[in-house]
Design a protein around this ligand. Structure first.
Ligand code: PMP
Length: 356
């Protein structure tokens, strides 16, 4: 007798819903923290030439070759740190969870935070402990330190700045977690291009610190390239779990190309930071909303009826993320990606009509 998938797949997997990505066809897509800018035409042509020369009949360089060194140079990764590459930083989370999943081992993260931490704990068999943020989305350091003391986690994930709330926790709080944690602390700097602080300068010199980043939010989400920096002792072990050819040849070549033109992406990030400030200010004019601070390329706000506003915006051609229902602290919250000036103006005009 053949067993069914439901009989064979672990119940913790059959019991969950698949990661949902909304259909954005025909909509202004402001739900996924993407950079709104396409590559400038001249660069597009140059990239096309560069990719045409890639040997797609060969497997990729399993070690990322020059790419790691170029990332180190481009993003001031300390010489003392080793670099691990992932198919998006999503994959790095998976590698960490897989490597650490001894029976009974604990992953600890804040709630609400990036859902893939919790999902990967579930996939790999790690126990998951979530520590709630304060209602204003600041970090409850005493609660976090108490949870670390009682659960002795193998790994703590901190999203810095935090998705989906927006703020960057105080640096001293993150350093206190590093001091208190018995295991690895992953500081996830996915939104670093829009933030005011980074712990990268400490990567490689703090024995339990791993700083993780991605090219996704910088305008290269389609490439799927994440990287992490930390002590060689950690990175060498994590690298054993990595599928040998996880970064395909086209991604390696396109990322190296992008790093040679990093100024273009940094300029776009600056525009998006300016736009974030304009949006924050404008959104705060709507008396019915609470607008949370943001150090990322998105803004989280609480409105009287998130479901209604989400549906109304969608009907008006704008897709954002409805966070309502994903965590009690996110009641009636929506998350809006910062777009181009024109896109943001369109959103503000739509909100003007909604709240009128
Ligand atoms: N970390 C955080 C905090 C994120 O918000 C995201 C994407 N939403 C990621 C990691 C994953 O990014 P990617 O896999 O595209 O590198």
């Amino acid at each position: 007798m053949t067993l069914t998938a439901k009989q064979l797949v672990r119940p913790e997997i059959t019991g969950i819903k698949a990661y949902h990505v909304s259909d954005a066809a025909g909509l202004l897509k402001l739900d996924a923290m993407e950079n709104p800018y396409a590559l400038p035409a001249a660069l597009r042509a140059e990239l096309g030439q560069c990719l045409a020369d890639v040997a797609i009949n060969r497997y990729p360089d399993p070690h990322g070759g020059g790419l790691k060194e170029e990332l180190k140079a481009a993003f001031a990764i300390p010489a003392a740190a080793s670099v691990l590459l992932g198919n998006g930083s999503d994959e790095i989370i998976t590698l960490i969870a897989q490597a650490l999943a001894r029976p009974g081992a604990v992953m600890l993260a804040l709630e609400p935070s990036f859902v893939m931490y919790r999902m990967n704990a579930l996939f790999s068999g790690l126990q998951y402990v979530g520590v709630p943020l304060n209602a204003d989305f600041s970090l409850d350091l005493p609660a976090l330190l108490a949870a670390i003391a009682s659960h002795q986690p193998a790994v703590v994930f901190l999203s810095y700045p935090n998705n989906p709330t927006g703020p960057q926790f105080a640096r001293e709080q993150v350093l206190a977690v590093l001091d208190a944690a018995p295991g690895l602390v992953v500081v996830d700097e996915a939104y670093q291009a829009f933030a005011s602080d980074s712990l990268m300068e400490l990567a490689g010199s703090r024995p339990n610190l791993l700083v993780m980043r991605t090219l996704s939010k910088l305008g290269l989400a389609g490439l799927r390239l994440g990287y992490a920096a930390g002590p060689a002792e950690w990175m060498d072990e994590l690298d054993k779990v990595r599928p040998p050819y996880n970064i395909n040849v086209l991604t390696q070549a396109a990322a190296r190309f992008a790093l040679r033109h990093l100024d273009v992406f940094m300029q776009q990030a600056q525009t998006l930071r300016d736009e974030r400030q304009r949006l924050l200010q404008a959104l705060r004019q709507f008396a019915a909303t609470t607008v949370f601070d943001s150090q990322a390329n998105f803004i989280t706000l609480r409105v009287p009826d998130a479901g209604q506003l989400f549906a109304w915006l969608k009907k008006n051609g704008i897709l954002i993320k409805n966070l309502h229902g994903s965590h009690p602290l996110l009641d009636n919250c929506l998350r809006l990606t910062v777009g181009s000036p024109e896109e943001n103006t369109a959103v503000l005009a739509a909100l003007d009509r909604y709240f009128a």
